[in-house]
Design a protein around this ligand. Structure first.
Ligand code: MRU
Length: 321
């Protein structure tokens, strides 16, 4: 993402990996739409985009309350969006852009710190090169830079500690197949893409040392909302006794929620499932349930790594942690 004299530029993630198209947005409304239609996606990235959306509102002298409400309505699950907007709410017009830029710069530093904590923790639990299974995209395009789960993988790779990444396709939007594969290829990190349903067999056939995923919202007891399919991976990892690690910045922790029951789960359009590349695959009239996220209970998570610390189960955030 890039702020210029003309507007707010962002890489259109819907067009990746085949086309690298930069869009220039000129209003908070366009930013809200870009978040909703997943031009920009990934919890930290949508928080940053929303903050710059507010900077566009200020630039054009628009009603800040209307812009704030519109941006909040764009996507419900990732709390980073709301935390960024809460932060912007408290600053005067003259400082909104500066605050948005600070949120972005902080996220970059946070990613690096998560990477370093991840390196330390994973080397403790599994010395030597690791085979890592991940889902969705938690990388450069989902954050200000390095990434969270993928940031840890990047840092491990710098130390030659990635034997292989197994990257789940991530139905239905294929963030793993399109975006994570694109990022891993660019960095020459060894990986293979798998369909989501191959994860069980990968674990059963001892091809996975650790599962690392990102998060969209973490409750005080460690219950974690992340991309749909994450819960299946956690249940499987528990069954096969494989460590299951969540990597997320502190802007993903929701201190208002005691547990995951209060996390709003986005439900997306049926066409994401019934169609592939605009072509209908399912018979017309097929009823669909398309939740974008699921909630993994904290007791299935071995560790949660933020920029501040490595937290191990049982989790009690906000109570001495
Ligand atoms: O629907 P998406 O692609 O925005 O969902 C993204 C995820 O679930 C990521 O794992 C999460 O936002 C963390 S990104 C660092």
């Amino acid at each position: 993402m890039e702020w210029t004299d003309h507007g707010f530029r962002m890489l259109d993630q819907r067009r990746l990996p085949h086309q690298e198209v930069w869009l220039e947005l000129h209003s908070w409304f366009e930013v809200a739409e870009a978040i909703r239609n997943m031009t920009v996606r990934g919890a930290p990235a949508i928080g940053i985009a929303a903050a710059f959306g507010m900077a566009l509102a200020v630039r054009h002298g628009e009603d800040r309350e209307v812009a704030d409400r519109g941006l909040r309505a764009s996507r419900p699950t990732a709390v980073n969006l709301f935390i960024a907007l809460d932060r912007i709410k408290n600053v005067p017009d003259s400082e909104v852009l500066q605050e948005a830029q600070a949120i972005e710069a902080e996220d970059l530093a946070i990613n690096e710190a998560i990477g370093q904590h991840g390196l330390r923790f994973l080397n403790e639990i599994r010395p030597g090169p690791k085979r890592i299974l991940t889902i969705c995209n938690t990388g450069a395009v989902a954050t200000a830079g390095l990434g969270t789960a993928l940031g840890i993988i990047r840092v491990l790779h710098r130390h030659n500690l990635v034997a292989e990444v197994l990257s789940c396709e991530t139905r239905p939007r294929q963030q793993g197949l399109r975006l994570t594969a694109w990022e891993l290829l660019r960095e020459s990190i060894p990986f293979r893409s798998i369909v989501d349903s191959a994860a069980a067999f990968a674990m059963a056939s001892k091809q996975v040392d650790v599962v690392i995923v990102g998060a969209d919202r973490i409750a005080r007891n460690g219950d974690t909302a992340n991309k749909i399919g994450t819960l299946s991976l956690a249940v499987l990892a528990h069954h096969y006794r494989i460590p299951f690690v969540v990597a997320a910045p502190s802007t993903t922790f929701d201190s208002a929620l005691a547990d995951g029951r209060g996390i709003p789960i986005e439900e997306r359009d049926a066409e994401e499932i019934t169609e592939i590349e605009g072509e209908r695959v399912a018979p017309a009239g097929t009823p669909v349930w398309n939740p974008g996220f699921d909630v993994t209970p904290g007791d299935l998570i071995s560790a949660i790594i933020s920029e501040q610390s490595i937290y191990q189960a049982p989790f009690a955030f906000g109570v001495g942690q």
